[in-house]
Design a protein around this ligand. Structure first.
Ligand code: NAD
Ligand code: UGA
Length: 426
């Protein structure tokens, strides 16, 4: 049994802590957010994440998982300290390293001799050096171990990774870290720290590129009368392309793709390389938000000024309560700028959302349909498939639906009298 500290009890930190405890390690997880830690101590998981509550309760009940707000005390005597604190986008586009540096400065004097500090946060190339300097502990090795989990399936992704990437200066410390993951059957890619840090940004940038690519192909499909669902199917069977991340939608969002693509563009710029390809990927994404709004306006008869628009879904994708950089929220903002009266429903959003004060937050999907000239399905929650569309149609001023996720069957909607538009479907 290895003693481990995990700093940050967010999507990555809490998942890492709970899964490492599940492997049989003794884990303490900290956060500066006292409310969050108070909830976790009582087995209450403050984020929507499948399987996580069960693992947290398992760890609490067998004593392998504990929580604290005291970083200095938590790292006392542990062999590994994982940094899972935020690296948000700063105004320049670069990743804000202040949380990482503050955490490193705080724990430096308290780390056990020859212990290992692991950067799991997504950090710019060269960040292991930044952490080393902040720690002021030459005996402590700093490794990069980027995380590839997705929100909504964080536990599953942590327990079934495609690969484990470890960036280390010394082979011995990489071997020590890899031993923690012996329960996983995944290839371990050991690199130098700069390459590991680059792999993480490149992976997110590539996935964002795939989604922007299929969104661009969807626009082409609309122009030439092809069906993007069939095109994606035909593309995806090519093993060099693969079927994942070829779902067109309202553009990608979330807490990572937007900030990580911006950061990689800045990393390249700072190093003297113009990453024009990635800038194009970001531009396609911004256009995509506008394209779906324009189609909704068309469905509303050309204007949404002073008219009710119902929005189904606010989170950046289904399966999470995370609204950071959500395309759905972006769509709502566009609609409000166009003068619409927006009513919105999301199964995970019960409290009014900061920054969306003008939106009427509904407690059930049908309330969002009342008096609407058009419904915009913005997040692919499964429950939207099973709405009573006869009832929806009856509640609306006129039945029209913009399906930004290609979730519904157009033919079925049209039988209920809807005017229906989707993405890349003639
Ligand atoms: P998050 O905002 O959900 O959680 C971070 C937590 O760290 C917060 O609860 C915050 O209060 C806490 N914190 C801040 N400073 C602290 C400190 N000094 N000590 C202890 N706790 C502190 O963030 P997240 O989504 O878990 O992301 C964390 C990092 O992992 C980011 O760099 C992100 O890019 C990366 N990442 C995220 C995902 C994802 O799906 N969310 C996936 C892979 C990588
Ligand atoms: C993404 C990556 O998938 C993870 O590997 C990575 O660890 C993580 O970012 C991170 O670094 O934080 P996540 O942001 O949770 O995970 O969500 P994804 O499932 O990747 O979706 C991102 C966005 O792309 C969402 O808005 C989603 O709706 C959109 N998307 C995804 C599509 O529009 N089409 C697709 O086919 C796939």
């Amino acid at each position: 049994m290895t003693r481990i500290a995990v700093l940050g009890a967010g999507y990555v930190g809490l998942t890492t802590a709970a899964c490492l405890a599940h492997f049989g390690h003794q884990v303490i997880c900290t956060d500066v957010n006292e409310e969050r830690i108070a909830a976790l101590v009582n087995g209450v998981v403050p984020i929507v994440e499948a399987e996580l509550p069960e693992l947290v309760r398992e760890g609490l009940s067998n004593g392998l998982l504990s929580f604290s707000t005291d970083n200095a005390d938590a790292v006392h005597g542990v062999e590994f300290t994982f940094l899972c604190v935020p690296t948000p986008q700063s105004p320049s586009g670069r990743a804000d390293m202040s949380y990482i540096e503050a955490a490193a400065r705080e724990i430096g004097p308290h780390l056990a001799r020859e212990s290992i500090v692991v950067n799991k946060s997504t950090v710019p190339v060269g960040s292991t050096k930044v952490v080393e300097r902040a720690l002021r502990r030459p005996d402590v090795a700093v490794l990069s171990n980027p995380e590839f989990l997705r929100e909504g399936s964080a536990v599953h992704d942590f327990l079934h990774p495609d690969r484990i990437v470890i960036g280390a200066e010394s082979e011995a410390s990489a071997v020590r870290l890899s031993a923690l993951f012996l329960r996983l059957s995944a290839p371990v890619v050991v690199t130098d720290p700069a390459s590991a840090e680059t792999i993480k940004y490149a992976a997110n940038a590539f996935l964002a590129t795939k989604v922007s690519f299929i969104n661009a192909v969807a626009a082409l499909c609309e122009a030439v009368g092809a069906d993007v669902r069939q095109v994606a199917l035909g593309l995806g069977y090519d093993r060099r392309i693969g079927p994942e991340f070829l779902r067109p939608g309202p553009g990608w969002g979330g807490s990572c793709f937007p900030k990580d693509t911006a950061a990689l563009i800045r990393i390249a710029e700072d190093a003297g390389y113009d990453f024009g390809l990635l800038a194009g990927v970001v531009a396609v994404n911004e256009e995509q938000h506008q394209r779906v709004v324009a189609k909704a306006v068309e469905l509303a008869g050309g204007s949404v000024q002073d008219r009710v628009v119902g929005v189904l879904g606010l989170t950046f994708k289904a399966g999470t309560d995370d609204m950071r950089n959500s395309p759905a929220v972006e769509i709502v903002r566009h609609l409000i700028r166009l003068g619409a009266i927006v009513k919105a429903y999301d199964p995970t959003v019960r409290e009014p959302v900061a920054g969306l004060d003008d939106v009427e937050l509904c407690q059930d999907p049908y309330a969002a349909c009342e008096g609407a000239v058009v419904m915009v399905l913005a997040t692919e929650w499964d429950e939207f498939r099973w709405l009573d569309f006869d009832k929806v149609s009856g509640l609306m001023e006129r039945p029209a639906l913009m399906d930004c996720r290609n979730l519904l069957e157009g033919a079925m909607l049209r039988r209920f009298g809807f005017e229906y538009k989707a993405v890349g479907i003639p």
